[in-house]
Design a protein around this ligand. Structure first.
Ligand code: ADP
Ligand code: NI
Length: 224
């Protein structure tokens, strides 16, 4: 198989595997991350097959939906890739990307990255972009609905110090997620191209929040 065929084959596999997935993590999320990846890759010097496969396979089995088991995704990807006739280093690199892409691995608990490469940086930027802007807002409220969270509650302020366990129990409203994660992403982008793309999306989220608070309390703002 040539690279294009490998990518086509992987797309078919991912589509099939993600049938019935929750809206924020379905095939269309993967497709957007794949496109963001190709866009960033135009400007950055990376192995195109590695970033393509990394993007396509990065959420193949999210730990959140497998009792926090972070090994399911990489394992599934490895089994799939092994059946294709791909160079071992490529497979290894793609697995490393899947293992290290998640936000929590780089923001809070493990500031020292166990693995880094330009390819990981590009796919991570592409994934983060999809958590920002209009799409990011839609995904956050979709996730909040899935978890039966409130949209907003002025009595529950954002808490950046909560542990993962406390957070799960807290039923924090979705607006808090903006302060705990989404608005922090802009300054976490790895590549110059990613940074540039993140700016517009960041601004869009700030505008959204401003309008949201106006509409929440039209008497105090008077301009909703
Ligand atoms: P990804 O796997 O795409 O990097 P996550 O698995 O962390 O991202 O989250 C998937 C989507 O759900 C993202 O858009 C993220 O912002 C959103 N999300 C995750 N946790 C929450 C939460 N507690 N409240 C609202 N949205 C959330
Ligand atoms: Ni993702």
């Amino acid at each position: 198989m040539n690279d294009a065929e490998i990518v086509e084959h992987t797309i078919a596999f991912v589509k099939e595997t993600l049938k019935g997935a929750e809206g924020g993590h379905d095939w269309f999320h993967i497709q957007r991350v794949f496109k963001n990846t190709l866009l960033i890759a135009k400007e950055e010097k990376v192995d195109l097959l590695v970033v393509s496969l990394g993007a396509l396979l990065h959420d193949i089995a999210d730990a959140k939906f497998h009792d926090g088991d972070e090994t399911v995704g990489p394992q599934l990807a490895r089994t799939f890739l092994k059946e294709l006739d791909i160079d071992k280093n490529t497979v290894q690199h793609v697995i490393k990307i899947i293992e290290n892409i998640s936000f929590k691995n780089t923001l809070t608990s493990r500031p020292d990255r166990p693995f880094d490469s330009k390819e990981l940086q590009v796919v991570q930027d592409a994934d983060r972009l999809d958590a920002m802007g209009a799409i990011g807002i839609a995904r956050a409220f979709n996730y909040g609905g899935f978890k039966n969270r409130e949209l907003y509650n002025p009595g529950i302020p954002p808490n950046l110090k909560m542990t993962k366990e406390e957070y799960k129990k807290s039923k924090a409203p979705t607006i808090n997620h903006f302060y705990e994660k989404l608005l922090l992403l802009k300054d976490r982008m790895n590549t110059d191209t990613g940074k540039k793309l993140a700016e517009t999306r960041h601004k869009y989220m700030l505008d959204f929040l401003e309008q949201f608070y106006k509409e929440w309390d039209p008497l105090s703002s008077g301009t909703a």
